[in-house]
Design a protein around this ligand. Sequence first.
Ligand SMILES: [Cu+2]
Length: 208
Amino acid sequence: MRNVFLILLVLPFANVSHATMRMGEWGMVMNENVKELPQGCTNIAGVKEITIKAGREYAKEFPGTIFGYSQHEFVLPKCTQINVKFINEDNIRHQFMIHGLPTYLHPQGMFHMELYAKGETQGSFITPAADATYLAHCDVAQHMEKGMKAQVVVGDGSGDLPSVPGISGQLNKDSYGIDMSAGNISLSLVLLLLGLSSCLFFFIWRKK
Ligand SMILES: [Cu+2]
């Protein structure tokens, strides 16, 4: 009886969030939205299909990265239902998570797709009514830092995000400092003088 009472007490709060989740041994799709209209949209303006592939293959183009997406930028119209096909080409876990979406549509502002190994899945969300640029990434440790970062531009966007491969440069650029120690400088000078004097020597020797 006490349990029934508890359930009745909790029931009115159970439907507060529109959180949806599908999961299995393949991975998960969390916080999809195909029902709720974002504020400022009068109707769903259209439906757009996008495909995003995740894998090591896509890092080749960008030195210093290990992982990547087949596209690091998506330009999408406002108030549009986006059907995302997410393909993982690696045999490790990868995600495609969009952040900063309206929290009344997506808990924590997040739309999340994840595959534990090679495979594919589908998920949908509706783009908001304002011009904005959203971060999309893979949250597995070090995957974003190593290249799995993209931007989702809705309408005209709100400016490029930093360190998006191919869009706004690399996250961790290798830097090679110049060795300015006395030993290194004197060695360089000696080699320079040696080179110059040998040139001079052969020049004079050939003149004879
Ligand atoms: Cu990943």
